[in-house]
Design a protein around this ligand. Structure first.
Ligand SMILES: Nc1nc2c(ncn2[C@@H]2O[C@H](COP(=O)(O)OP(=O)(O)OP(=O)(O)O)[C@@H](O)[C@H]2O)c(=O)[nH]1
Ligand SMILES: [Mg+2]
Length: 211
């Protein structure tokens, strides 16, 4: 897949205000500062998502329409302690509601810092994804920060720990590695969602015909 066009569609928290079109969503999740917004800008080859020196930058669900075909959703990072508790609780609820209720959610790109491996909250997200049967792509970010052997070791140990069928991808927005693989994986998650929609549509038609 090539990225032909990207349009920022706005920042939202509540379901009622999210974009209405029936396009699949691919959400980018991970702890604060892991590199979610940077990864989007790198995929888009444009600075559209806000990146900051201080963690806790992204506080809403930010929607980017890609190729007029699917949404990429930049999620607020979790695990940032310095945010006021009532705000953290509110994000947690909204994020949970989004991940568990949004029917257009086609898959989650879960980012983990290659230097640190999964945190407790990362593991919670992974268990949630397993339990809900959502498609996921696990990416180890900031690949430029570690040497070859450390990276291999992290890929192997995280694959085992999270019981992934394939090794997690490693990306680096500075060296550029992994971009093609990430785009292909995203395309396939969006495609699977669309196939499922068609099957459901056909199922409904069939049901209606036999009635
Ligand atoms: N060296 C290196 N730095 C990176 C990479 N990706 C992101 N960063 C840096 O990591 C910091 C955090 O990046 P963001 O993209 O803002 O992280 P985020 O996950 O969106 O953070 P929140 O919005 O707080 O949830 C920034 O200083 C980025 O420049 C990478 O691949 N390599
Ligand atoms: Mg961000």
């Amino acid at each position: 897949m090539e990225i032909q066009s990207v349009t920022f569609k706005g920042s939202f928290l509540k379901a009622s205000t999210r974009p209405k079109e029936w396009f699949p969503h691919i959400a980018i999740a991970g702890r604060s500062n892991v590199g979610k917004s940077s990864l989007l800008n790198w995929l888009f080859r444009q600075n559209m998502a806000k990146v900051a020196k201080a963690p806790g930058k992204t506080r809403t669900l930010n929607f980017f329409l890609v190729n007029r075909n699917f949404y990429m959703v930049d999620l607020p990072g979790y695990g940032y302690a310095k945010v006021a508790r009532h705000l953290r609780d509110q994000w947690g609820r909204e994020l949970g509601a989004y991940l568990s209720k949004e029917e257009r959610l086609a898959g989650v790109v879960a980012l983990i810092d290659v230097r640190h491996g999964p945190s407790v909250l990362d593991l919670e997200l992974q268990s949630f994804l397993t339990a809900s049967g959502l498609n996921r792509l696990v990416i180890l970010t900031k690949g430029d920060k570690v040497g070859r052997s450390k990276r291999r070791q992290m890929q192997d140990s995280i694959q085992k720990q999270l019981e992934l069928p394939v090794r997690p991808l490693v990306t680096s927005v500075t060296s550029g590695e992994g971009r093609r693989e990430v785009l292909n994986a995203i395309e396939s998650m969006a495609g699977l969602w669309k196939d499922r929609q068609q099957e459901t549509d056909h199922g409904t038609e069939k049901e209606e015909r036999t009635r």
